[in-house]
Design a protein around this ligand. Structure first.
Ligand code: FES
Length: 160
């Protein structure tokens, strides 16, 4: 199985020689894989290990250490609700509950229709506009329960 498309393979070929130690390219390679596939499979871990002359366990340790790396496929959209202080005080837990109800799945789960995965994350660095939600790379400010329901509607309509 091809782990990366040709464009990303070319990036890897340029990137790896830039590091004095091959192993230092572990994080950027994992980011490329997650960008392309949305998660890091066991095959991907083995591929990175082989490419960087490491043992798979060395790469697996990195994947499991950083919460931004996913180990299983998620939904079409990744919904990340900030739960840090300003957002928590601003109603992030209610917002999250509304997402759970609208998507029909719990936290750290993917909806049955594979529309979206839902998770709590720490600060999106936009604390004055709480509660803040990221859907993939888009940031939404002041997302209350109604806002959460509207975002899910837009995801379903494909208009987000
Ligand atoms: S506390 Fe939520 S964006 Fe900073």
């Amino acid at each position: 199985m091809a782990i990366l498309n040709d464009e990303n393979l070319a990036k890897v070929d340029k990137l790896v020689p830039k590091y004095p130690e091959k192993r230092s390219a572990t994080l950027p390679l994992l980011h490329l894989i997650q960008e392309e596939h949305g998660y890091i499979s066991n095959e991907a871990v083995e591929w990175v290990a082989e490419r960087l002359d490491l043992s798979p366990i060395n790469v697996y340790e990195v994947v499991t250490f950083y919460p931004m790396f996913k180990q299983k496929p998620g939904g079409k959209y990744a919904v990340k609700v900030c739960r840090t202080l300003s957002c928590a005080l601003g109603g992030a837990y209610k917002t999250c509950k509304a997402f759970e109800e609208a998507l029909g799945c719990g936290l750290d789960q993917t909806s049955e229709d594979k529309l979206a995965s839902l998770e709590f994350v720490e600060c999106h660095a936009n604390c004055g506009r709480a509660p803040v939600v990221m859907v993939d790379e888009q940031m939404f400010e002041g997302v209350d329960e109604n806002g959460a329901r509207k975002l899910v509607e837009k995801m379903r309509e494909g208009t987000l």
